[in-house]
Design a protein. Structure first.
Lengths: 114, 110
């Protein structure tokens, strides 16, 4: 099993450009999450999904949109990138919401917005 | 979610035990204590979790104080591969959101 994979691994954008980050999991997990991690800080939840076709806002959702058209994929979109969105983005998935709720994380996407 | 307090960093020699403290004085009765770690340039990975009793697994042990206001993650024999940032997280059982703090940077020297 590949677990959680993320595409791309690195990306540089100019301010105002758009892009989509793809997260895929092959563990048949219902729940998926997008986090961002700024230098020297812990992860912060952007959006999450409790199943195919559903999404919800997390702690820092502004400037991002998400879609979960297929159970195994969770897309994170930036419609108009800003330098403040320079960060490392991690996707995660889990079997359940409640404990035990081990979240499996992908390797991350390093995004720089100039 | 209740807040946790961890030291910024800790150092250990290889093959010695590492005790990572976490204070959570405002923990509620429904909060589980979770530990994750993040190796350099990787996503976090689950280590262990507990509610009231001490817990052991292949990676580590979790010792929880009787009043639950603090806990300690124990790595029994540190290896170079254990060098990572360790996060202590409280999570209410009603919903699985993980709130990460800054964590403890563990440095393992040969």
């Amino acid at each position: 099993n590949a677990g959680v994979t993320q595409t791309p691994k690195f990306r540089v954008l100019k301010t105002g450009q758009s892009m989509t980050l793809l997260c895929a999991q092959d563990m048949n997990h219902e729940y998926m999450y997008w986090y961002r991690q700024d230098p020297g800080m812990g992860l912060r939840l952007i959006h999450y999904s409790v199943g195919e076709g559903t999404t919800a806002k997390g702690e820092v959702p502004d400037g991002y949109n998400v879609s979960r058209l297929k159970k195994q994929n969770f897309l994170l979109g930036l419609e108009s990138a800003a330098p403040s969105q320079t960060s490392v983005y991690f996707c995660a998935s889990s079997y359940a919401l409640t404990t035990p709720n081990e979240q499996f994380f992908g390797p991350g996407t390093r995004l720089t917005v100039l | 979610d209740a807040k946790t307090t961890q030291p910024n960093s800790m150092e250990s020699n290889e093959e010695e035990p590492v005790h990572l403290p976490c204070n959570h004085s405002t923990i509620s009765g429904t909060d589980y204590i979770h530990w994750y770690r993040q190796l350099p340039s990787q996503g976090p990975e689950y280590v262990i979790h507990g509610l009231t009793s001490n817990v052991n697994n292949r990676m580590a042990s979790l010792a929880i104080a009787e009043d639950r206001k603090s806990s300690t993650l124990i790595l029994h024999r540190a290896t170079l591969r254990d060098a990572a940032v360790y996060y202590c997280i409280l999570r209410c059982d009603s919903w699985g959101k993980l709130q990460f703090g800054a964590g403890t940077q563990v440095v393992v020297t040969p």
